[in-house]
Design a protein around this ligand. Structure first.
Ligand SMILES: Cc1ncc(COP(=O)(O)O)c(C=O)c1O
Length: 404
């Protein structure tokens, strides 16, 4: 579609809005699955809902045969509502409820036990004649010791799963072994790194082997989670990730018996998303030149960490006048710090010019609050056709789920 200023966007949407390029999404997924299956044929890819739980995406991944990775009772229920059967749901994280935990384990979802209370819930299921039920366990490893400088919070350590190094994991394994109706079949090791490097995945695969050996685990699956880069030319490719993982994992596990589970999220959905905004005002003050837009940092940088983007400026008219050293591209909200980036050495922008942010919104779309304006619409491009897959909520939608 032509996003040139002045041209209307597809019926039903206006700026600001998110656009998904289906071809890009599909080629990301093809590359991911091809790499995973080539390097470890006995494998599962589970889409991580937290990355972006847009129902269109959930249907898309379901139809391409992926499992769903749910990290809360809400995501678990949403996966079911979107047609993922229990045996295609992986249920992770500390945010489960007792009711959904028990249901998921007994109905055949793959549940990775994350905390002490979940061990007690498992015990409730250990009744004669009731099982057997299979589960996995999430290990907490000291990634910073294995890959210095790479763990997301440095020496502060991860808070998820049971600690391998201090013996908590061993105790949890012994507890589960004491339950007659429960089979410990999976080991889960997702961890957030700041680097997403190949070394991190080698370390995770090595840790899986160490843990299995230390506790004589007979595992049907090893789950290394998500956290991969996706579709960036100067970063590791999916093939490099799975080549490294397979080389390390193959030292301890038999590829014909052990399933490699991966939980990609951002790596699949970030590159296909764009965010389209329009300039609504240009003003000069004693301090700066501000190009005010109808977009906002609350939509694409809610954690307030970014200062640069892959952006494109689309002008209504050919630029006139000399380049300005700075124009502060600002958002629509009343927060002074809603400034997206500084456009340097460009002729002055005009009302109606469009700024399109590429590779943006895939993750943040679901993190943004409904602040001052309702959520932006989302449309999918398939060839020359656009389909609106999320409308901007109207005032009536906003009121419907609340009481007055
Ligand atoms: C357990 C688990 N799996 C998968 C993911 C997806 O990670 P990403 O979106 O970086 O691929 C996360 C993200 O935090 C996670 O916590």
């Amino acid at each position: 579609m032509d996003l040139s200023p002045g041209r209307p966007l597809p019926a039903g949407i206006d700026t600001p809005c998110f656009l998904i390029d289906e071809e890009d999404l599909s080629s990301n997924l093809d590359r991911f699955l091809a790499a995973l299956e080539a390097r470890w044929p006995r494998s599962i890819a589970a889409y991580s809902l937290k990355a972006n739980a847009l129902p269109w995406l959930l249907a898309y991944f379901r139809d391409r045969g992926l499992h769903a990775e749910a990290a809360s009772d809400d995501e678990y229920r949403l996966s079911l509502a979107m047609g993922y059967p229990h045996d295609k749901i992986i249920y992770n994280g500390p945010c489960k409820t007792r009711e959904t935990f028990l249901e998921a384990v007994t109905r055949g979802a793959f549940v990775n036990v994350d905390s002490g209370r979940e061990l007690l819930w498992l015990k409730e299921l250990d009744l004669p004649g009731s099982g057997p039920f299979r589960v996995g366990i999430r290990a907490n490893i000291d990634l910073e010791a294995r890959c210095p400088g790479e763990f997301a919070l440095g020496a502060e350590g991860s808070r998820f799963g049971f600690c391998h190094e201090n013996g908590e994991l061993g105790k949890a394994v012994a507890f589960i072994r004491g339950l007659k109706q429960i089979r410990l079949e999976g080991l889960h090791l997702h961890i957030s790194s700041r680097t997403r490097s190949l070394a991190v995945y080698r370390a995770l695969a090595r840790a899986a082997g160490e843990i299995a050996a230390a506790h004589s685990l007979d595992l049907s699956s090893v789950n290394l989670g998500g956290g991969f880069f996706g579709g960036l030319p100067d970063k590791p490719s999916f093939d490099e990730y799975f080549r490294e993982i397979a080389a390390e994992l193959g030292r301890r596990f038999d590829p014909r018996r052990t399933t490699l589970v991966s939980e990609p999220g951002t790596s699949l959905v970030s590159s296909p998303f764009s965010y389209v905004t329009e300039v609504t005002d240009v003003k000069r003050t004693v301090a700066d030149t501000f190009a005010v837009t109808d977009g906002s940092r609350v939509h694409i940088d809610p954690l307030m960490r970014k200062s640069e983007y892959f952006f494109e400026v689309l002008r209504r008219k050919p630029p006139a006048g000399p380049p300005l050293p700075r124009q502060v591209i600002s958002g629509f909200t009343c927060m002074e710090f809603d400034r997206l980036f500084v456009l340097r050495d460009h002729p002055e922008l005009s009302v109606g010019d469009r700024i399109v942010y590429h590779r943006t919104g895939g993750y943040t779309l679901c993190l943004s609050p409904m602040f001052i304006k309702h959520f932006p619409a989302v449309a999918v491009r398939r060839g020359k056709e656009w389909t609106v897959v999320r409308e901007r909520p109207a005032a009536e939608d906003f009121i419907r789920i609340q009481s007055v």
